[in-house]
Design a binder for this molecule. Structure first.
Ligand code: FPP
Ligand code: K
Ligand code: ZN
Length: 419
């Protein structure tokens, strides 16, 4: 069924903020500059085509070649440099993923496993870290290399997750590292894929995530931190990993305030999302914020709370296609920025949620502790909500794990078969 868009909302979507004043500051100038450069690229009429072959060429670089020396700064992000392009390519051009990639991906990820901690680090010989463990396990999931799945020592990963658990219910990123909601999300997503979730692992975690919601309505990195799109997704997705989202989301979030904050993330005339109040739109929030909308769309109709989605998929698609495509291939933050693999992954994942409508299917699986995030289904979005040309259509994903459709389910079920 088509979502109902209230005409008043569409009217607001077509106007710049009514609160603009004449005071010029560094931030108002930056906002104005961004609005003007986007405006110049968003033309009436035909939408640009997704330059699939150029993006695909760009995304194959880290899978095929040794990266140039400019990438030394990402030496601790090796699993990410494998996951980002794999996730993006799976959405736009799965056939272009090199045929020998599967075993090479798993060999590269296994080389990042810390001997002392048993979980995945940022690179060879580095300490284990929850972000690289999440990215590495996601990459292994996409690789589909079941020999590697078999070889992974899940017990040691579980011991690492437990070692990162804090007394107050949260998780820290690494030994002596920061405790934040990213760590919670990375730990829970990993535990689900590897089917190693236990009561002990998640004791007090749902309450800790709940404490990260701020007065603005969004979710901060930790209790009392500023609300931010990146952490909002981690928090909301964590709730979806911890229980039935139809029950836990309304119970542990002030939904009305969350939706209010989320709706304030989309700007005009840009059409894209910002990550926080009074900051600029950025293509990667097409996922961090758009992913939150996808999860809400998947539960709100069942909650019967009189919900209308307060975002414009059509405007986000415009921002992505007009402003986030680098002419040389790859996706970017905004006009004037260069493309990179991180933005390519999250801009394209955002485009995917524009094009699909997700739905949490209550009772789709016999419930265990670790499969709440695997009961999602999707359909193509209604053309009354967003017009998607055939040449721009891309694949669907699991909106909790940010993995290509079916991949999270396959890995989880592989391990669940050992129970
Ligand atoms: C602000 O950067 C950004 C942050 C404080 C972190 C955002 C968090 C994520 C993107 C989520 C990460 C998730 C995982 C799973 C590791 P900024 O000040 O440069 O950007 P801004 O102006 O848009 O806020
Ligand atoms: K940013
Ligand atoms: Zn960004």
């Amino acid at each position: 069924m088509a979502a109902q868009y209230i005409p008043e909302i569409n009217k607001v979507h077509n106007q710049e903020s009514p609160l603009l004043d004449s005071l010029v500051t560094e931030t108002s100038a930056a906002q104005n500059g961004t609005a003007r450069s986007c405006e110049g690229l968003i033309l009436e009429g035909q939408l640009p085509v997704l330059n699939r072959s150029a993006h695909s060429q760009f995304l194959q670089i880290p899978l095929k070649l040794a990266l140039p020396s400019a990438f030394t700064g990402l030496d601790a992000s090796k699993p990410w440099l494998i996951y980002w392009p794999l996730q993006a390519l799976s959405l736009i051009d799965p056939a272009s993923i090199p045929p020998d990639y599967s075993a090479r991906v798993s060999a590269s990820i296994f080389a990042c496993i810390s001997d002392t901690e048993g979980a995945i680090g940022g690179g060879n010989g580095q300490i284990a870290h929850l972000a690289s463990t999440y990215a590495g396990v996601n990459a292994l999931a996409i690789s589909g290399d079941t020999k590697a799945w078999q070889a992974l020592d899940r017990n040691r990963v579980y011991q690492f997750l437990m070692a990162m658990k804090c007394d107050d219910g949260g998780f820290r990123m690494h030994h002596g590292g920061e405790e934040d909601v990213r760590a919670v999300y990375c730990a829970l997503a990993t535990a689900t894929l590897l089917d190693i979730m236990t009561e002990e692992l998640v004791q007090g975690t749902i309450e800790w995530v709940s404490r990260c919601q701020t007065y603005e309505g969004g979710i901060g990195g930790a209790p009392d931190n500023e609300a931010h799109g990146g952490y909002a997704f981690c928090g909301l997705a964590s709730l979806c990993l911890l229980g039935n989202p139809l029950e836990v989301i309304p119970e542990y979030l002030d939904l009305e305030n969350f939706v209010r904050w989320l709706s304030a993330r989309q700007y005009q005339p840009e059409g894209g999302f910002s990550g926080r109040s009074n900051k600029l739109v950025d293509g990667c929030y097409s996922w961090w914020v758009g992913g939150c909308w996808a999860l809400l769309e998947g539960i709100m109709p069942s909650l019967k709370m009189g919900w209308v989605p307060l975002w414009s998929k059509a405007d986000l698609q415009k921002y992505i296609l007009c402003c986030c495509q680098s002419p040389r291939g790859g996706l970017r933050d905004k006009p004037g920025k260069s493309a990179d693999f991180y933005h390519s992954c999250y801009v394209l994942s955002g485009l995917s949620v524009v094009q699909h409508r997700y739905r949490y299917v209550d009772g789709a699986r016999e419930k265990t502790l670790s499969n709440w995030s695997l009961s999602w289904d999707y359909s193509a979005e209604d053309s009354a909500v967003v017009e998607v040309s055939v040449e721009n259509q891309i694949g669907a994903l699991n909106p909790v794990h940010v993995l290509p459709w079916g991949v999270a389910e396959k890995m989880h079920d592989f391990y669940a078969a050992y129970r």
